[in-house]
Design a protein around this ligand. Structure first.
Ligand SMILES: Nc1ncnc2c1ncn2[C@@H]1O[C@H](COP(=O)(O)OP(=O)(O)O)[C@@H](O)[C@H]1O
Ligand SMILES: [Mg+2]
Length: 239
């Protein structure tokens, strides 16, 4: 199966020295791919680089057959890439409905109302809160608004940066279940997660980054069983 996203030898940064170096991985269509690694490893930088928010120094990024390295974020959105940043990812003063509609600004779906209905089918909690300012919702519900907004332009690939950060274990499970439902709709997910053990349980593929470089890659199952990965990132001990 050919990759939907292919990252090859990617070196990028913010204008100073490179933050990520020679990073390579593929994301197949309809998979949940997870990027793991310690704080400061460059995980967010990888997502930001795919979304054209950093400076690419060398390497290649291909999305759906198009060369996108060093392109523009607006082009990526029209090609079918959507991103949910790590924090401050909803407009607190806008209602839930308005937040969702912002997601259609750059790449309007053919039928906005039908798309909103499809998105809300995945997030039943949000239906009753459409007219409420997003700032009044719980952290978990706000995260759903942010993910829902990213889905409103019907992307092929969603980039998620720590979607469960700061959420209770119960909400973490809800969000992960939701990601499995989103995958069922045919979308592809690339996410950064701190909750490595749980993320590996839903990941089709995972890539561990250390110091801006590839450290290990494999299926969720393979990495859960990998001694080095377990010792360094999963707090030792097995299941
Ligand atoms: N906007 C920025 N400008 C300069 N350096 C940055 C910027 N954002 C992140 N960095 C640096 O890049 C490194 C990797 O950060 P990041 O990609 O956020 O790591 P992670 O998401 O794995 O915790 C850190 O050393 C951080 O200080
Ligand atoms: Mg980060």
């Amino acid at each position: 199966m050919s990759a939907l996203l292919s990252v090859r030898g990617l070196t990028a940064g913010y204008g100073g020295p490179p933050i990520i170096e020679e990073v390579s991985f593929n994301v197949a269509p309809h998979e949940i791919a997870v990027i793991l690694g310690p704080n400061g490893a460059g995980k967010s930088t990888v997502l930001k680089t795919i979304f054209a928010l950093t400076t690419v120094l060398s390497g290649a990024i291909e999305f759906d057959g198009a060369d996108i390295a060093g392109g523009k974020t607006s082009t990526l959105v029209t090609l079918g890439v959507s991103a949910v940043p790590q924090s401050r990812n909803v407009f607190r003063n806008l209602t839930v409905e308005e937040n969702l509609d912002v997601g259609t600004y750059a790449a309007p779906p053919a039928d906005k109302v039908a798309t909103r209905e499809k998105v809300l089918d995945l997030f039943p909690d949000l239906r009753a809160k459409l007219r409420q300012p997003a700032g009044e919702l719980s952290g978990g519900q706000r995260q759903m608004v942010a993910i829902g907004r990213a889905m409103m332009c019907e992307p092929k690939l969603i980039l998620l940066d720590e979607p469960t950060a700061g959420l209770s274990p119960a909400y973490l499970e809800r969000i992960f279940d939701l990601l499995l439902d989103i995958r069922k709709t045919g979308m592809t997910i690339l996410m950064v997660e701190q909750n490595a053990r749980q993320a590996l349980q839903i990941a089709d593929k995972a890539h561990v980054l250390v110091n801006g470089r590839n450290f290990a890659s494999g299926t969720g199952k393979e990495l859960l069983a990998d001694e080095d990965v377990r010792r360094s990132f999963l707090g030792g001990g097995g299941e």
